[in-house]
Design a protein around this ligand. Structure first.
Ligand SMILES: NC(=O)C1=CN([C@@H]2O[C@H](COP(=O)(O)OP(=O)(O)OC[C@H]3O[C@@H](n4cnc5c(N)ncnc54)[C@H](OP(=O)(O)O)[C@@H]3O)[C@@H](O)[C@H]2O)C=CC1
Ligand SMILES: O=C(O)CCC(=O)C(=O)O
Length: 444
């Protein structure tokens, strides 16, 4: 059995119930075959793939907090410190009822390669909790965050592990988490990113993932003699990534006609009114039905349907496994040119394969959504030098980083004879950097 197959079998045996983690590992390891095959004995001897697919450390802990009725609630929390070969562990905290070890491990594993692609010194990690922030009062959110951080604080630090936001964790949650860390440790340090601008946050971090996605798509289309101007774009999600992806796509001349949440989706053929969407989601924390109530051109549909709308470019920006094989078939039938992932692993393996086989330009999340963590790393730099950069400076750096990521993944794919296979290019480029650093640092 070849080395890649041996490690895939090992991961499957050791993690029988972790479907998302196994999916993420399969995607990466399958595309590493050409690199591993060139030097199989060296990699096998160093057990490089076993070490990469086994987290350095996995923390599982209880979070108890008191709700507004005086009832004590108990949640399960996780922080997986996956790999710190190129820098401190770095990755968000997800607050969603679906969170379990498989979800956090897949996200942490993806983060290793994504963070390497940014070109910045950050390792891979991820955390979260099965707490549902929806419908909770501000006091309940604070109580939860303070209890969560009381345990988490023992294992993180500005040079060790730097968490940030993800689904369900926005500026409000980061504020409560930061306050509790500071209170417990008595130090004022950049232990979290995505902080408020008044206490060490970076301008452009809020926008970074969505804007970065569009900077990469812009580069991809230009490289294929196309442009976003005049294109129809479909977006899923209506959270942080989706909102700023819609905003930048429209600034670049495209028309975005959809968005969605976990209960339904909006089709707005006149183009999403992003200011109204921001008011509904960011200010009022309301549902998309409220957007439709205020927008005559928009229609609300229950369930899942964004990918049935004809578009040139599709940007899944909600959550994992939200674009299935049937959606991929529909997108191809409707003549989609490019699909770029704003979310982490939103496209199933079968859907990805179908899109690639049918000539769709497909960019995986670890490259396309790396702008968020890249600006988080820029926030760490600003915290270290105790300075704040302007929006324009930070946004310009973000754009350069996304353009470089595109060029690097394209080059890596080409070098191995798989032109325009950006899944392969992203995995190979990320792997080579991390593996070289691991080799240099000896066996551990
Ligand atoms: N924030 C960041 O900087 C980065 C985020 N990402 C990834 O982007 C994606 C979106 O994150 P972000 O925008 O920050 O999160 P938000 O919490 O701001 O928004 C998430 C959006 O996705 C929808 N959603 C969440 N879970 C589900 C589900 N199970 N089914 C359908 N819809 C769902 C939410 O709908 P509802 O409100 O109904 O739950 C909401 O519209 C995630 O995959 C995240 O890991 C990647 C890189 C960086
Ligand atoms: O900003 C960060 O540190 C993490 C962002 C994140 O969680 C992600 O890239 O998926």
């Amino acid at each position: 059995m070849g080395y890649v197959d041996e490690v895939l079998a090992r991961v499957a045996k050791q993690n029988p119930e972790q479907a998302e983690f196994k999916q993420a590992v399969e995607e990466v390891l399958e595309s590493l075959r050409p690199v591993i095959e060139r030097d199989e004995e060296k990699y096998r001897k160093q057990a490089i793939l076993e070490r990469l697919t086994t987290p350095d450390r996995q923390l599982l802990f209880r979070v108890a907090w008191v709700d507004d009725a005086g009832q004590t609630q108990v949640n399960n929390a996780y922080r997986v410190q996956f790999n710190n070969a190129i820098g401190p562990y770095k990755g968000g905290l997800r607050l969603h009822p679906s969170v379990d070890l498989s979800i956090i491990k897949f996200l942490g594993f993806e983060q290793i390669f994504k963070n390497a692609l940014t070109g910045l010194p950050i390792g891979g990690g991820k955390g979260g909790c099965d707490f549902d922030p929806k419908g909770k009062s501000d006091r309940e959110i604070m109580a939860f965050c303070q209890s969560f951080m009381t345990e988490l604080a023992k294992y993180i630090g500005a040079d060790m592990d730097v968490p940030a936001g993800d689904i369900g964790t926005g500026a409000r949650e980061i504020g409560y988490l930061f306050g509790q860390y500071k209170r417990l440790k008595g130090v004022y340090e950049g232990v979290l990113t995505g902080k408020g601008l008044e206490y060490g946050g970076s301008l452009a971090r809020t926008e970074a993932t969505g804007y970065g996605l569009l900077y990469l798509v812009d580069e991809l289309l230009k490289d294929h003699d196309q442009s976003l101007r005049g294109k129809t774009v479909t977006v899923s999600g209506a959270g942080n990534v989706a909102i700023y992806a819609i905003k930048k796509a429209q600034e670049l001349g495209a028309k975005v006609v959809t968005c969605s949440d976990s209960t339904g989706w909006v089709h707005d053929p006149a183009g999403i009114d992003v200011a109204l969407l921001q008011e509904v989601k960011e200010v009022k924390r309301a549902r998309l039905t409220e957007y439709v109530a205020k927008r005559a051109s928009a229609k609300y549909h229950e369930g899942h349907g964004v990918w049935s709308v004809k578009a040139d470019v599709a940007l899944p920006c909600a959550t994992q496994n939200e674009l299935h094989l049937a959606d991929a078939k529909q997108l191809v039938e409707n003549g989609v040119l490019a699909v770029a992932e704003g979310a982490n692993m939103p496209t199933t393996l079968e859907a990805t394969k179908y899109l690639q086989e049918h000539g769709v330009l497909f960019v995986p999340g670890k490259a396309a959504n790396a702008g968020g963590v890249a600006v988080s790393a820029l926030e760490m730099s600003q915290n270290s030098e105790r300075l704040s950069w302007t929006f324009e400076q930070t946004d310009e750096k973000l754009k350069e980083i996304m353009q470089k990521i595109y060029q690097n993944i394209k080059q890596a794919a080409k070098e191995y004879g798989y032109e325009d296979d950006f899944v392969l290019g992203a995995n190979i480029a990320g792997f080579k950097k991390v593996a070289t650093a691991m080799e240099a640092q000896g066996i551990y």
